[in-house]
Design a protein. Structure first.
Length: 103
């Protein structure tokens, strides 16, 4: 669907300016992408998280395609557009995976 999407948001990490020994940039990116997906839903748009990182071949190919500098790591591409179909939301909650105060 990425080729057909009218918009793609390329989410990257600038590793030249990381804090805390770079320990949390992946979590920061994930949180920001989740917010992009939620905002897309709020606007009535369809979005899809297309993972790139940590697959080295994908990172390298997408970085070349987008002409990124060496210290910029392409992590995710979010396809954005108007959905052509509605999918049923599957229930994935499993109470056996929830642990209260003990494992």
């Amino acid at each position: 669907m990425l080729k057909e999407a009218p918009l793609a948001i390329v989410v990257c990490a600038d590793t030249s300016n990381v804090k805390y020994d770079g320990a949390f940039w992946v979590q920061d990116i994930a949180a920001s992408v989740q917010n992009i997906l939620l905002q897309g839903e709020a606007l009535g748009l369809g979005t899809c998280w297309c993972g790139v990182y940590p697959k080295e071949e994908l990172v390298e190919n997408m970085s070349k395609l987008t002409n990124l500098l060496e210290h910029i790591i392409l992590v995710v591409v979010v396809a954005v557009g108007h959905p052509v179909e509605e999918r049923e939301v599957r229930e994935r909650y499993n109470p056996d995976r929830v642990h209260n105060e003990t494992w």
